[in-house]
Design a protein around this ligand. Structure first.
Ligand code: 13P
Length: 275
């Protein structure tokens, strides 16, 4: 069975700068034809983004080879929406990091839709994070509280637990290679047209500062300053700039990212706000 050599991988993968990052999570919104069309449109506008922001598109798994070809030699980076915590085995319907390794640079793990609908625990998320890192890719680890947890004033406790589980699996040296995304579950769009509530100004940045502190307290003091932390939850072309408060390194965008023009505008807003 092919295995990745963890010993040599990390040094071969360049450490990302703390460059603004905008990630399109297309979830299961688009058909194959729509995915290819939007990807072509993004590629045509990619040059305007390249200098100031890293733009990542995460389509459904079967679209990865097509989008890999579309984005070839463009600055747009490909990502995956998930990966299994094991490299291989009897896991019907799952996708291994070995399937993704040659196609993508980033892999989203621990999205609230996976935690909620597929029973992924903090431990599973931490193991997935480790598996993605070991295979030489960058995990984007999603954390965030539900509406009920927020109402119970448990936000910090939940986020501390979720980040802490990841930190126990992470050699601190590797901290700059991962990305956290703070996605309050109550702020994520449902795709049903009813807008989700939004955090008050300063609220997301405060939790993002807290995540950096938890990472730092877990032993990563020297490296926590290099960690990129994104905000996600109903980010649109209109709201993206407002979320780019100090300490926020970019956005993880669902619904609004499925329209190429909106995604490009969001990426530009993020690049401008970070300047
Ligand atoms: P929306 O931008 O549709 O709220 O989705 C956010 C999200 O879950 C991204 O991962």
């Amino acid at each position: 069975m092919p295995r990745c050599s963890y010993e040599h991988m990390p040094s071969e993968v360049p450490m990302p700068e703390r460059r603004p990052l905008v990630v399109a999570n297309w979830k299961m919104y688009l058909t194959p034809a729509e995915s290819r069309r939007e990807a072509e449109l993004i590629r045509k506008r990619a040059a305007v983004l390249a200098r100031s922001v890293e733009a990542v598109v995460c389509p459904s798994f079967p679209l990865l080879p097509d989008l890999h070809a579309i984005f070839f030699k463009s600055p747009i980076v490909l990502g995956a929406q998930d990966a299994h915590m094991e490299e291989a085995g009897p896991y019907t319907g799952d996708v291994s990091v070995l399937h993704l390794q040659k196609l993508v640079r980033y892999v989203i793990v621990g999205h609230s839709e996976r935690r909620r609908l597929h029973g992924e625990t903090d431990e599973i998320v931490a193991r997935k994070m480790r598996r993605v890192l070991n295979a030489g890719m960058h995990p984007i680890v999603c954390v965030g509280e539900t509406a009920e947890e927020r109402a119970a004033e448990a936000t910090l406790e939940v986020v501390r637990r979720q980040v802490g589980a990841v930190m126990t699996e992470l050699p601190v040296l590797e901290l700059p290679r991962i990305v956290f995304a703070y996605e309050p579950v109550w702020a994520i769009g449902t795709g049903a047209g009813t807008p989700a509530p939004q955090p008050a100004p300063g609220e997301a940045a405060e939790i993002i500062g807290f995540i950096r502190k938890v990472a730092s307290d877990a032993g990563g003091r020297r490296y926590a300053g290099k960690l990129r932390i994104l905000y996600g939850g109903s980010v649109t072309a209109k709201t993206a700039a407002a979320f780019m408060e100090p300490g926020v390194d970019g956005a993880l965008v669902g619904g609004a990212s499925t329209k190429a023009t909106d995604f490009i505008t969001i990426a530009q807003e993020i690049a401008d706000a970070a300047r």
